[in-house]
Design a protein around this ligand. Structure first.
Ligand code: ADP
Ligand code: MG
Length: 381
């Protein structure tokens, strides 16, 4: 893959890159739609990465090329980058360069060629992988001395303010800050995290991502509407964020809210509690205990937050019917991926059962991706 990156870089831009960087996609174990509520999440970096061959330029040009996007080189002037100026895929990487400049870092141009094994639009954060690869490469190319959480915040700013996607910070924190063999216990309000051991293989288990290949589009307003609903609930309850509502106070809070906001609040409050429960189990090495937590989370996302759909429900139901300890939709929702925790010796049969169920329903055959907890954005050459 590195040789292919170098060869394509040479044929697109001429010459050689200064180095090669990689940033992973992520899957979130638990803590969905909690990040923009100042809450908690527990993502894991995937072995699937976006790789970037990059070379510093001295003329202020930013030239971008992606094996996945294809098409001609996107050629921009760093000095002219403003939100709204770029509306294609190139907004994600260009946004990171813009965000670095906005933050006062002395940066210039670069030639960037991307190639990725992170499926796009599958809820596995190919966008954060793209951004974090750029942030990490720029950090090295321009000697900025930024730490992983700094890179994540810049990447999120790029996606929010430059690409115009109102995502929380979980994806970028996962792609920037994860270490191999661990999940990232993220406290969004504090901006802090800790690494929690996550090794399902050692417990005789497997975690599988089932990519339903139904593409969601976070730009379509549904995600923004959910965020707005959470903000409205906070305003009515007099809270800074739903993070501040404890499960004990939930019944009282629900009585103070209009019916349409109650299920949103219920999901966020119970989901934060599920993160704490999952972390306690993982720290004690009880990986299998994650199963029932995944099942409760799916019910909450399906019935209260209502971000599931027929395909993701079918993946969850057929996984559980085939012996999974637990399964749930993961990512922003409205399609995308499901995760399932299963005994290693039942994993193949479960995968076959899910595939058969999708065929019988007339859906596209899903992609099955085994999860190993990998490390965050890094230089690889
Ligand atoms: P997700 O992050 O869950 O994969 P998003 O909708 O947030 O889904 O981001 C997907 C978008 O990110 C793609 O439509 C594309 O614009 C951009 N993208 C991601 N990876 C690449 C890549 N390797 N090359 C070009 N664009 C990419
Ligand atoms: Mg994304």
């Amino acid at each position: 893959m590195k040789d292919v990156l170098r060869t394509v870089f040479g044929s697109v831009f001429g010459g050689h890159p200064d180095g090669i960087w990689a940033a992973p996609g992520r899957v979130n174990l638990i803590g969905e739609h909690t990040d923009y509520n100042d809450g908690f999440a527990l993502p894991v970096a995937l072995a699937q990465t976006t790789r970037l061959a990059a070379r510093r330029r001295t003329d202020g040009r930013l030239r971008l090329h992606s094996a996945q996007a294809g098409g001609p080189v996107v050629d921009l002037a760093v000095a002219d980058l403003v939100p709204g100026a770029v509306t294609t895929w190139a907004a994600y990487p260009a946004g990171v360069v813009w965000a670095l400049g906005e933050a006062g870092h002395r940066i210039g141009g670069a030639d960037l060629h991307f190639d990725s094994t992170v499926p796009t639009g599958a809820g596995l954060s190919s966008s954060a992988a793209l951004e974090c690869a750029v942030a990490r490469a720029y950090d090295d190319l321009y000697g900025l001395g930024l730490g992983p959480p700094d890179l994540a915040r810049l990447a999120q700013r790029a996606e929010n303010a430059f690409a115009g996607v109102p995502c929380g910070i979980m994806d970028q924190m996962a792609s920037a800050c994860c270490v191999a063999g661990a999940a990232l216990h993220l406290d969004v309000r504090a901006g802090s995290y800790e690494h929690v051991p996550f090794d399902p293989g050692a417990a005789g288990l497997r975690l599988l991502v089932i990519d339903t290949r139904v593409t969601h589009d976070l730009g379509d307003g549904a995600y923004a509407a959910l965020r707005t609903g959470c903000e409205q609930a906070c305003a009515l309850l007099g809270l800074a964020a739903l993070r501040d509502l404890s499960p004990d106070h939930l019944p009282r809070a629900e009585r103070m809210l209009p019916a349409r906001l109650r299920p949103l609040v219920r999901h966020v409050v119970t989901e934060n509690a599920r993160v704490a429960e999952a972390v306690a189990h993982l720290e004690a090495g009880r990986v299998a205990e994650l199963g029932p937590i995944l099942n409760s989370a799916h019910a909450s996302l399906r019935d209260d937050y209502r971000i599931s759909c027929a395909e993701t429900d079918l993946a969850v139901d057929s996984a559980v019917a085939a012996g999974a300890l637990g399964a749930r939709i993961t990512g922003g929702g409205f399609g995308g991926s499901v995760i399932a925790l299963v005994a290693a010796d039942r994993a193949d049969a479960m995968g076959a059962a899910i595939t058969a169920a999708f065929r019988a329903a007339g859906y596209q055959v899903p992609h099955l991706i085994p999860v190993t907890a990998a490390s965050g954005a890094r230089r690889i050459e």
